[in-house]
Structures are given as C-alpha cells and as structure tokens.
Design a protein around this ligand. Structure first.
Ligand code: PHE
Ligand code: ZN
Length: 881
C-alpha cells in the first residue's frame, strides 16, 4: 500500500517524458502467488531531451528480478531499483534500445484490487489510474502511448480463457499442462488501458456489423450459469454501437469487443481497450433479480464504457489533471444516449437531481475542486462527481452555447485533430472555438474554477412600455485555494409565459446576448430588457437546467403553480414543483425544531396530487414529481445547522398530509393493473411501475399499517416491485411481523445471489433511526457478510454513511465513531474503497454544533491513525482543514 508521503503533484510541472516508448511486449506466466512478468520496452530518446537524462520508470510494491539492455544484463552501477521506481543511466543518445524488465508479483494477496488480482478464482487487472506500475516498472502516465503485444501463459486447468486487449494473434500448448495465448493491440494506448483476464468463465456471444461493413465479434464473459443474465447487457452494447455511429459518426475499430463481469471491483466498470472489465452488478440482470434501476444502470454504464473507445481511448488524457476531458465528455455522451433510449425529460430530471444531491454539496464543501484541478495528492480521489457529472454539464453548456450544428462541427474537429493523441481540456475547448468562431475563453473558467454560481434574479414589468426587464447577479463563494472568483459565462435558457399560456417572442432584447431562447449572462451584474411583451409574463428560467447553478429567486406561488401546470419544458415543471415543496419542507423542519405544529401548504398538495393524477402525463415524470426532495436536499437548502431528526420528521409529516389529501388518487394509482403485465425493462413499463410504487410509499404514510406493502410483497412478480415493497416495509414498519417475515423470506430465496443479497443488506442498513448502528453491527456478523467484497461493504457501511441520515447522524455520535473504526480497518485492505466511503463525512461542518463536535472527533481519530494510505490521508486532511 502506498502510505502518505505528503507529496503534491502540480499541473504546472507537467513536461513530456525524455524517452519515447515505441513498443511494448509483455509476457505473463500466471500463478496465483507468484506471477512472472517480463516486459520488453523499446524506447528512443526524445528529440531535444538532455543527453544525460536517465530513464525513470514507475513501480509500486515491486521487486526487480532482472534487467537487460539490448539483451545484455545491466551492471549494478547503471541502475537503481526501489519498490517505487527504476532509474537507468547512460542510455543511448539517439538509437532505439530495448529494456527488458523481469519481476514477480502476487495476485492472491492484492486486496487493493489495483494491478493484477484474483476475484473468485479469476485473474483480472485494474490499471486506471496508476495500477500498471503494480504489475511492472513502466512509464505509467497517460501521455505515453504504444502498441502492445501480450503473451499469457497459464495452467490449462482453471484457465481456459486467456484474454488481453486488441485482436487475438494465436495460442496453443506450452509446457507441463500450461497453454498460452497472444494478443496484439495495434492502437497505441497508455498503460492505464491495459487489461488481462484469465480464468474459467461462461460467455455470451453476438456480432455487430459496423457502418463501414466490418464484422465485430461481441463477447460478454460471466460466471458459468449466469449467461442468461447477460442478455440485456449485450442488447445495450449493440444499441450503444449503433448510436455512436449515428449520433457521433464513431465506428468501432477492432475485430473483437469483450466485456468481463467480475464480482470484486472498486468502481462501476473500466474501459480497457477492447476488453472492458465490469463490476458484475452492472452486467447481470433478469426480472427476478434486477430492478428497473439496475437495468437502467446497466444500459448507461455499458454505453459509457463503450463510448470511451473514442472519448478516452482513441483520444486520451495528456495527464490526470485532464481526467474530465474523457469522463465529463463520456458522461455527457451516455446521458444523451439514455435520453434517446428512454424519456429525455425524465432522464434530465433524474440527472439534475443526482447532480444537486451529490455534486453541489461536494462543490460547496472542503473537497470542492474544479473539473480540471491543478494539484492533487492522490489521483484516485479525483474520480469525483465534479469531474464526471459537472464535467458533463460543462460539455452540455458548450452544446447549448454553440447550438447543435456547431457543437457537432466542434466534436468532429476534435476527433480529427487529436485522434491517437493524449490531449488537454484546452485542446477540446479550442476545437469548439475554432469550429464555431466563438470566443470560449471566459467559458473556460467552468473548467478551472470550483464552486457553484449563485444567480440572483429580480424582474419588473412595465405595461405602458410593454417591456420586461430582468436583472441578474452572479456570485461564487470562495472554495479551497480559490478565494476570488471571476464572473462566468452562464447560458440560461428561458421562457416568458404570457397569460394565454403562450411563450412570448420578444421584439428585441437589450443588455446582452439572447439567441434561440438562451440568455448569455457574462457580467457580474446584468440587466436584460425584453420589448414587445404584451402582458406581465411568468418567468421560467434555467429551463432544462441549461446551467449548473443555484438560483436565488423568490418566485410567487401562483407563478410556480402556473409553470408546474403549463410549461412545455417538463424539467421546468418539475423544478417549479420542487420550488413549491422546498420552502414548505423547510418551514416544517423549523416548526419541528421549535416544537410547533406543522402546517402543510395547500397549494403544494393540490398541485402535486393534480399532476400525479394526470393520465396525460408520462408516468415516470409523475413518479419523479411524487418523490419529494430528499432529506439531504432539505439539509442542503437549509444551508447549515443541520438536525437530521427534525428534517426526517418534517418530511414524513408533510408526506403524510399530502397522502391524506390525495388518498383517492393514490389508491387508484397503487391499484392500477400493472401487476398483470409481463415484465419488460423498457422505460415506459418501468415508469408505470415507479408511479405505482411511489403511490404505495405515500399510502403507507396515510394508512399507517403494513398490510398494503405486505400484500404488494406477496404479489410481486419482479425484483422492482419486490424490493420496493420490502423497502416500504423496512422504512415504515421496521419492527412489524410482516417486515420480519418478508426479510427472512427474501434472505432464503436469494441466499446464493450476491447482488440480491447486497440489496437485502442495504435495505436494512437504510432503516432510519438510532437503531441503525446496532442493526448494521449485527449484519456484519451475518454469514453473508464478506469484508473483502467492495459491493458488500458499500451495501452496509456505505448505505449507513450515505443513505441513512438519521441513522448515521445519531445525536450521540456513535455512528461517526463506528465509521472511523471501519475506515481505518478498510484502509488496510483497500484504500480506494475506504477513501470513497469517508467522503460521506465531507459536510460535517454544516451539522448542528454537538453532532459536528462528535464528527470532528471521529475524523481526528482517523487522521491520527498510523500507516494511513495516501487516499484516506488526503481525504481526511482536506475534510478537517
Ligand atoms: N474510467 C472508469 C470509467 O469512468 C472508472 C474507473 C476509474 C474504474 C478508476 C476503475 C478505476 O468508466
Ligand atoms: Zn468513464
């Protein structure tokens, strides 16, 4: 494990390597405990590099076994090897030379799941960001690209499959019960995209003919017996391939595309060239074991990794500061794909909810960083929602500012200019500036400055002059290391809605740029005036969430109700409902804190019930409307002094009141005949289920008994309905006999399905209240708990920390102390997993005083622990700072 050295990497220090890597030839002799790795690397000195400069290769926990230069053993004086680096001096000035490094590694003890490791008897690699250096000494940085030849030798027994990147060259018998396979990847790639998989797995096969008529073999490898559960992933893959051709003109470029599903994986999935490795949770699905959300995630992540083939692999990152170049862009692409496959407005609503609940808190807390940071201590800690989701928003804003046509030209220019290169965010932005002729220099602040802009809105209507004037002011609060912020270029989609429900077409707009319904806010303060507006309009601003900002806009309830009922932009309708609900939920929270009775807002109840009962609207949209802002959303809106118990009580009481008002509508929805449908994972069917299940949740509040949920549990014919019914039982009636019975039945029925057991664990870990901690401690002793499996750890410890506000923020601080113990223990095995779960503590300063005190003490315990990884030490240091 890399323990903290306190070393900081700076973007400003970037310089190219002194040596150019021409070719890589790797030979693996696989053994669970003692794998031999031989790396032949051909280099030449870069033109202009110093003649004396040594070659420095990265390592991590490595021991050098032998070192040859042009096939001759190097004298001890010419190199220096440590576990972290290999330095070689006196290398040829101009001529290419070959370095041959041999070393041995132990996959069996690799619990970090970085480099080469074992999972359920399968050899598997994970190299992003800096895992390749745990396999062999190498210039392990993304701007070193080369074609790879890989030979894998392993015992035939247990390893019929020997896979690596690129196209299959050939294979055959080796010696003593071993066989070999060789692969060649002609596309120059950085080491983080290397992959090797060996073992005994089942396969699902298909094929795809690309737009230029090339046949590509498609293979998805899963554990034996699970093949039928890979059918949906295969379908999603083929749809992704077609979509990328049609929408972005991007064709696949090898003879074969492989996906391997493994059960121990730190992240969602990895886009290794031609050989994606997936957390099996994002591959395996069937109606009995996967929910609609699982299907949607599989579709999205299969697409995401596939799309990386162009945005990430063909064009990669010059350095890790540019991570959002591939991630932000690829998330944008997968979001667009899902929007085309499903309902565009519902997808937008879900994405924005996610952004606000995850990225906004990150951006306003101690871990805030720009999408393109300029320093880091541990790159693993920058796989954040800011780099991914905000990165996608920034890409989307470029599309909004340029318009579809110029955006496409810019993308094409980017692909044309940088194919085969390691590029920067500047290169990306320049492609759009050059293609469109538009100055994007101010816009680039979105990449380099952290923080969510706050835009204050005020307006006035002058009936005499038929003019509407809109004054906007933008501010960004200071973030770590960035005390002063510049005004940004903020594209705000807006509509002025007239009395008759029509959208006004202004005669002229003064005060700044306004084009195609988009206002360009570029100054700190700016007043726009719209002329030819015949009556006082209702302002709908930031439609479709055109910019990732907060609005400070006291819009009156009548206007919000009008937007909620009549806007043509469905996102705006959803937002208006949220804007009605949040003040009500906040007032309710304050009432709880002051010991007063909660008054529920009639406008909110009526509008909400009207919308969810409106059969002309998409069910999935109505389900989103019904899912009120979460407890975390309310805490964020309160902006500090958070009391999770008060929020919980206030929200539940509000829901109960709404449910009581809407009883009839809710019963109609809950009783609708969707159960009779045969299960299909498509978006429309999923939308109908989500509305029905949303109604079921609300009814549990109004009716106050577990009967309906217990019946739903008994009647469920698919995992979506089954898990939802169980969540209503566990959340609302945790101690009822019905709940205990359902939990036991669920455990027995799915005892040998790890992914479903994860649901069983997380449903219980999410039960609110002080009892959560003891429940989780007991569950950790269950025979099903596996401390080395990241999904399982996340389902228990992660659920408590991220998804159980009242359980985690127990007033006595016991859950914080528990988390600290867990982080320290997990860190010893798997630093990345520990660091990720620890980010759940990032908002501790906004807790009310006594909880904050407990949180700080627990964090200090972590900070003081001995032998922390760089990952955990970096996060705890920033959180406490
Ligand atoms: N690059 C992967 C993705 O976004 C995520 C990942 C990062 C996976 C680091 C593993 C390790 O698709
Ligand atoms: Zn990605």
């Amino acid at each position: 494990m890399r323990t903290d050295t306190g070393q900081i990497v700076h973007l400003a220090d970037y310089r190219p390597t002194d040596f150019v890597l021409e070719r890589v030839d790797l030979t693996f002799e696989l053994d669970p405990k003692n794998t031999k790795v031989e790396a032949r690397l051909i280099f030449h000195r870069r033109e202009g590099a110093e003649r004396q400069a040594p070659l420095v290769l990265d390592g991590d926990e490595l021991t050098l076994s032998s070192l040859l230069l042009d096939q001759v053993e190097l004298p001890a004086g010419q190199y220096e090897a440590t576990p972290e680096s290999l330095t070689i001096r006196d290398l040829p000035a101009e001529a290419p030379f070959e370095i041959c490094v041999t070393n041995y590694i132990n996959p069996q003890v690799n619990t970090q799941l970085m480099g080469l490791y074992r999972t359920n008897g399968v050899y598997c690699t994970q190299c992003e960001a800096e895992g390749f250096r745990r396999i062999t000494y190498f210039p392990d940085r993304p701007d070193v690209l080369a074609p790879y030849t890989v030979t894998i030798i392993a015992a035939k027994e247990g390893n019929p499959l020997l896979l690596s990147n690129g196209n299959f060259l050939g294979g055959g018998n080796y010696d003593e019960g071993r066989h070999f396979a060789a692969w060649f990847d002609p596309h120059p790639k950085p080491s983080y995209l290397f992959a090797l998989v060996a073992g005994d797995l089942g396969v699902v096969e298909d094929s795809f003919t690309t737009m230029s008529g090339r046949d590509v073999a498609l293979k998805i490898y899963v554990e034996h017996g699970k093949e039928p559960r890979a059918a949906y992933a295969m379908d999603a893959l083929k749809r992704s391939m077609t979509w990328d051709e049609e929408r972005f003109g991007r064709e696949y470029d090898l003879d074969i595309f492989m996906i391997v599903a493994v059960s121990d994986f730190n992240m969602g999935a990895m886009e290794n060239k031609g050989l994606n490795v997936f957390n099996d949770k994002f591959v395996l699905a069937d109606p009995e074991t996967a929910s609609d959300a699982d299907y949607a995630n599989i579709e999205r992540i299969i697409a995401h990794e596939y799309f990386h083939n162009w945005t990430g692999n063909r064009i990669t990152c010059r350095d890790w500061f540019q991570l959002c170049l591939k991630e932000g862009l690829t998330v944008y692409r997968d979001q667009e794909f899902s929007a085309d496959m499903r309902s565009r407005p519902v997808k937008r609503i879900a994405d924005v909810r996610h952004l606000k609940s995850e990225q906004f808190p990150e951006d306003s807390g101690p871990l805030a960083h720009p999408p393109r940071p300029d320093t880091y201590r541990e790159i693993n800690n920058f796989y954040t929602t800011t780099v991914y989701e905000k990165g996608a928003e920034v890409t989307r804003m470029i599309a909004t500012i340029l318009g579809a046509e110029d955006f496409k030209k810019g993308m094409d220019l980017y692909f044309e200019r940088h194919d085969g290169e390691a590029a920067t965010v500047e290169d990306f932005v320049k492609s759009f500036a050059d293609a469109s002729g538009r100055d994007l220099s101010q816009f680039s602040l979105w990449y380099t400055e952290a923080g969510t802009p706050l835009v204050s809105v005020s307006s006035a209507y002058d009936a005499g002059k038929a003019t509407f004037s809109l004054t906007l002011e933008q501010t960004v609060a200071p973030t770590p290391g960035q005390p002063v912020k510049q005004p940004r270029h903020i594209p705000l989609s807006l509509a002025l809605i007239l009395d008759n429900g029509q959208i006004a077409e202004p005669q002229a707009v003064e005060g700044g740029e306004y084009r195609d319904g988009v206002l360009h806010l570029t100054e700190r303060n700016q007043t726009f005036s719209f002329s030819g507006i015949s009556s006082r309009p209702v302002l709908s601003i930031n439609r479709s969430f055109s910019a990732p900002i907060n609005l400070d806009f006291e819009q009156n309830a009548d206007d919000l109700v009008q937007i909620a009922r009549h806007e043509t932009d469905m996102f705006a309708r959803f937002q208006a409902l949220t804007d009605l609900a949040l003040p009500a939920l906040i007032a309710a929270t304050k009432a709880v804190q002051n010991g007063e009775e909660i008054q529920t807002d009639a406008a909110l109840s009526t509008t909400l019930i009207e919308i969810i009962g409106d059969d002309t609207l998409e069910p999935a949209f109505r389900a989103q409307a019904l899912a009120l802002p979460s407890e975390t959303d309310i805490a964020r809106e309160l902006g500090g002094n958070t009391d999770p118990d008060a929020i919980h009580k206030a929200r539940n009481t509000t829901i109960k009141a709404i449910a009581t008002t809407g009883l009839e509508t809710l019963r109609r929805l809950a009783d609708s005949a969707a159960n009779a449908e045969a299960y299909s994972p498509d978006a429309d069917s999923a939308g109908r289920r989500s509305l029905r299940n949303g109604a079921l949740s609300f009814l549990a509040f109004a009716e106050g008994t577990p009967e309906r949920a217990a019946k739903a549990y008994a009647d469920a014919t698919n995992m979506t309905d089954l898990a939802h019914a169980l969540s209503v039982l566990t959340q609302r009636f945790p101690d009822s006999a019905e709940t205990k019975e359902a939990l036991a039945a669920f455990e027995t029925r799915f005892a040998d399905n790890a992914l479903v057991l994860d649901k069983w664990f997380s449903l219980q870990a999410a039960i609110p209240g002080d009892g959560a901690l003891d429940r989780i401690k007991t569950l950790m002793k269950s025979k099903h708990f596996i401390a080395t499996n990241p999904n399982r750890v996340r389902s228990l410890v992660g659920t408590l920390a991220f998804s159980n506000p009242t359980g985690f923020h127990r007033a006595d601080g016991a859950a914080y102390r528990f988390l600290a113990e867990q982080i320290i223990a997990i860190d010893k095995r798997n630093p990345q997993l520990a660091a990720r779960i620890l980010t759940s503590m990032r908002s501790w300063r906004s807790l009310e005083a006594s909880r904050a005190e407990h949180a700080k003490a627990a964090l200090s315990t972590i900070a003081e622990a001995k032998g922390l990884s760089t990952d955990v030490s970096d996060i705890v240091g920033r959180i406490l700072k």
